[in-house]
Design a protein around this ligand. Structure first.
Ligand code: PLP
Length: 390
């Protein structure tokens, strides 16, 4: 069996159609979209066509789509571009580090941040967001879907809270795009970040939705590109690839691909949870899964070192990711799982399996066969397990 890639939330491969769409813009149609000659105008038309496609994906006007370098830049721009000394910022403790570290940076410039904690299910309770609001609250930022658990947040309700209290609302939708419909109007957001490489597009390209009239200061200054909101010569092949990937993502949301993916995810989940001493991270008090996107499961394993399991599976040709992250040379348990109330050992002993939309039944069945063997082997040799068994 060829290698099985179950780490789609880290990145996805280009679809062949995306590569084909990009190819001419590296070679013969290499013009700069700001040049007035025909070569430049071809590039300009390609950029504007991609912008229209992205606007369709997001449910907004083309002029509200600003191309950039990806999710990190979108998140940084939304936060640095909206907040000023004395402002109050509300976000959650389960955001991506692109948001958390931006909040930390703003702290050095006199912006105070409230980090709303999730419920044990991984869901943010909109009432907790409302309780955090102050007269100085200028911006609220909540992710659409969590990268580690896949839990989908109630952004529509949070958008209403933002509107009622006169705050601007940013959504990090990097992990929602292509997995769940995006509609910036029903979300009630002013800003929304997405990234091409999570939806089978190229790396290093993304977009920020900026609702018309939002007083966003640009992060990069220089030329008058992207409606003066993001200076720098546009990455034409990347933008064209993003446009194609967005078009294919929209088809997938409508042609049954996502339902098929959810069914395969359920089959994988049932297979993994059949292993004794396991549980789903991201379940409601009634033990049902919290609302979530179709491709992600996050499971804890008793008496297993998560990193060892990731390595064991990798050696057997299966790419997944664990409940720890490497920061400053140290392996720390996931801040998301800790915020949901898992203890450090259980957070470390967790595994994220995130499926590509091209996943096959044979791949699912292979993982369901291999995983119990790897877990049993690690438990047999684990000093943790030996210690607990006394
Ligand atoms: N936000 C979320 C939720 C993510 O999962 C990621 C990437 O993993 C990012 C932001 C950063 O996106 P990019 O890799 O395009 O900078």
């Amino acid at each position: 069996m060829p290698r099985i890639y179950m780490d789609a939330n880290a990145t996805t491969p280009l679809l062949p159609e995306v590569l084909e769409a990009m190819r001419p813009y590296w070679l013969e149609q290499f013009g700069n979209g700001s040049s007035i000659h025909q070569d430049g105008q071809k590039a300009r038309n390609a950029i504007e066509q991609a912008r229209e496609t992205l606007a369709d994906l997001l449910g907004c006007h083309a002029a509200e789509v600003i191309f950039n370098s990806g999710g990190t830049e979108g998140d940084n721009t939304a936060i640095f571009g909206m907040l000023r000394p004395g402002d109050h910022f509300i976000t959650t403790s389960i955001e991506h580090s692109a948001v958390l570290q931006s909040a930390e940076r703003m702290g050095q410039f006199g912006v105070e941040t409230t980090f709303v904690a999730p419920q044990p299910s991984g869901l943010i309770d909109p009432v907790d967001v409302l309780d955090a609001v102050r007269p100085q609250t200028r911006l609220i930022s909540v992710m659409l879907a969590n990268n580690e658990t896949g839990v989908r947040q109630p952004v529509e309700e949070i958008g209403k809270i933002a509107a009622d209290c006169g705050a601007f609302f940013h959504i990090d939708a990097v992990q929602g795009a292509g997995k769940t419909p995006l509609d910036v109007r029903s979300f009630g957001c002013h800003l929304l970040s997405i990234s091409a490489h999570k939806v089978h597009g190229p790396k290093g390209v993304g977009a920020l939705f900026v609702r018309r009239g939002t007083p966003l200061e640009s992060l990069l200054v220089g030329g008058s590109h992207e409606h003066r909101r993001r200076a720098g010569t546009e990455n034409v092949p990347g933008i064209v690839g993003f446009g194609k990937a967005a078009e294919l993502a929209m088809h997938s949301l409508e042609d049954g691909t996502i339902d098929r993916l959810a069914a395969l995810r359920d089959r994988l989940e049932a297979g993994v949870l059949a292993i004794p001493g396991t549980g789903l991270n991201g379940s409601l008090p009634n033990r049902e899964p919290a609302p979530r996107v179709a491709n992600t499961i996050n499971i804890w394993f008793d008496e297993v070192e998560g990193e060892a399991l990731v390595i064991a599976l990798d050696l057997k040709g299966i790419a997944v990711s664990g409940g720890s992250a490497c920061r400053s040379g140290a392996t720390l348990p996931s801040h998301v799982l800790l915020a949901m109330g898992l203890d450090k050992a259980r957070a470390r002993a967790s595994l994220r399996l995130s499926l590509l939309k091209t996943v096959t039944e044979a791949e699912i069945d292979h993982v369901v066969k291999i995983l119990p063997e790897s877990v049993a082997h690690l438990r047999a040799i684990s000093p943790v397990a030996a210690g607990t068994r006394g």
